[in-house]
Design a protein around this ligand. Structure first.
Ligand SMILES: C[S@@+](CC[C@H](N)C(=O)[O-])C[C@H]1O[C@@H](n2cnc3c(N)ncnc32)[C@H](O)[C@@H]1O
Length: 183
């Protein structure tokens, strides 16, 4: 198991391959941002999808939406990809871009958009800030994970100093961010 995961709690979810690094309550915050009857036009982007376990858990509640996980598969690559494929076998609308969020944005070009972006990739201040920057270019709703977790101080700094955005809701270490200009 990699060093990163020694810092995390883990959860298993029913009918999901691998373990999730998000609690059921944090997954519920994600689901609460997706209309119950949302279809494939609703796009979720998860920067740092790991084994797709949190994705599969939320997809079990919102089965028709489109979910794109982005990951460089730095952590436990064999286990993560194997579980991701198992989760994808159950949820055909779960896809993956292998690379960074910035590479995905360059590949997508100006058409890139998402209804919700989950930021849970690199956990340093610089990586989190860069992922927030990409997220803010494609969406007006961001959920950032591991906010306030003692061993990731860079995440609090990146979120609190991210210009023009504010925290509007918090569930454990998941914070929901929206532009300050939004009512
Ligand atoms: C904490 S795990 C994600 C957990 C997952 N969201 C969940 O809920 O179970 C972080 C993931 O981010 C990936 N990662 C690290 N740096 C990244 C980067 N710059 N771009 C994309 N993914 C990255 C790692 O490979 C790892 O799989």
């Amino acid at each position: 198991m990699s060093l990163l995961f020694h810092q995390h709690r883990m959860w298993t979810h029913h009918d999901v391959a691998g373990y999730s690094l998000m609690s059921p309550e944090e997954c519920e915050l994600i689901a609460s941002q997706i209309p119950e009857n949302a279809g494939p036009e609703f796009r979720v982007l998860e920067i740092g999808t790991y084994n797709g376990a949190s994705a599969a858990h939320v997809l079990s509640k919102r089965p028709r939406i489109s979910w794109l996980g982005i990951d460089i598969f730095r952590a436990e690559p064999a286990f993560a990809t194997m579980c991701f494929l198992a989760n994808r076998a159950k949820h055909k609308n779960l896809n993956c871009f292998i690379g960074s969020a910035r590479q995905w944005l360059a590949w997508q070009g100006p058409a890139a958009r998402a209804d919700l972006v989950i930021v849970d990739g690199g956990h340093s201040e610089a990586e989190c800030r860069d992922d927030l920057d990409v997220a803010s270019q494609v969406s007006t709703t961001i959920i950032c994970h591991d906010y306030g977790v003692r061993c990731f101080p860079g995440i609090v700094k990146a979120v609190d100093e991210f210009p023009g955005w504010r925290i509007v809701e918090r569930e454990r270490s998941a914070v929901l961010l929206q532009p300050e200009a939004m009512p």
